[in-house]
Design a protein around this ligand. Structure first.
Ligand SMILES: C[S@@+](CC[C@H](N)C(=O)[O-])C[C@H]1O[C@@H](n2cnc3c(N)ncnc32)[C@H](O)[C@@H]1O
Length: 270
């Protein structure tokens, strides 16, 4: 029987590599509007991260860089890191096309300290579907803490792990909330950005890190949690019945009992 410990990284990377061009040319990321100046960051992120002008910001798992470059537009000196070579290549091209100053590093997140040459940052920004790809949240939190300079902060915004107990069609409870070290293994074509896209690298390994474990891991790594907010909306069509309100905001229909769909967390190094 195959061992996920040897396979998770290569399988996930192959899946992401194949999805980069689909995302770059699709409607979901709407790169043309981004190039024309559209804001990609959520208002709550902008408010909670605060003024970034002149600050060194590291975006972990930056995908093809449009959120990273959104922070650059706000005056941050940005570095993006991702383990997908096509993602990093596209991010570099986008930065150069837009004349934005940015560094993009090709690396696994667990090797980020070495890959960024031991630098530290004022802000480490990550999330929106990032930590679900990582087997060990405790190790991730230690890496993040090592990347932050004294007085700097981690800002994480993620899809709420509670949403993962439900199936994809309705709110019937189909999965455990709590998970041991073994991944959830999926073998599904398409992507959240285009459910009908034809893809061949479909095997992925994912871990649903509970809110309790995320908070505990960050705290154990020596960071002080300053805020933890939960939101009743999300950024993609998690279920067919979510209603789109605004460019990338999806909500439960009016009258439906509210559920936590996303959360944000800020933690600071003393
Ligand atoms: C959903 S995207 C991140 C969300 C991003 N904010 C966005 O919506 O564009 C997840 C990213 O994590 C990257 N990734 C997954 N596992 C990784 C790992 N172990 N090290 C570095 N990057 C990883 C993938 O290549 C992908 O670009």
């Amino acid at each position: 029987m195959s061992d996920w410990r040897e396979e998770w990284r290569e399988a996930n990377r192959a899946s992401w590599d194949e999805r980069v061009p689909i995302h770059v040319s699709g409607e979901f990321y709407d790169v043309a509007s981004f190039k024309a100046g559209q804001e990609r960051l959520q208002p709550f992120e902008i408010a909670e991260v605060g003024d970034v002008s002149g600050k060194d910001l590291l975006h972990l798992q930056c995908h093809f860089g449009i959120d990273t470059l959104s922070w650059a537009r706000r005056g941050a000196s940005v570095t993006g890191l991702d383990f997908s070579a096509p993602a990093i290549e596209t991010a570099r091209q986008l930065a150069s096309e837009l004349g934005l100053e940015a560094t993009f590093v090709h690396s696994d997140v667990y090797d980020a300290v070495e890959a960024t040459g031991g630098r530290t940052f004022d802000v480490v920004y990550t999330g929106r579907g990032a930590i679900v790809w990582l087997p060990d949240i405790w190790r991730w939190a230690r890496v993040v803490a090592d990347l932050i300079r004294p007085g700097g902060s981690l800002y994480l915004t993620e899809f709420h792990p509670f949403t993962e107990v439900f199936g994809d069609e309705d709110l019937s409870v189909e999965h455990d909330y709590f998970q041991d070290e073994n991944p959830r293994v999926w073998d599904e074509p398409g992507t959240y950005a285009d459910f009908d896209a034809e893809t061949s690298n479909n095997l992925t390994y994912e871990w649903n890190h509970t809110l309790g474990n995320v908070v505990s891991a960050i705290s154990s790594a020596g960071l002080n949690i300053e805020l933890l907010h939960e939101f009743d909306y999300t950024k993609f069509q998690r279920w067919p019945f979510l209603e789109k309100s605004g460019f990338d905001t999806y909500r439960l229909p009016e009258g439906t009992p509210s559920l936590p769909l996303m959360y944000s967390l800020r933690a600071r190094k003393a």
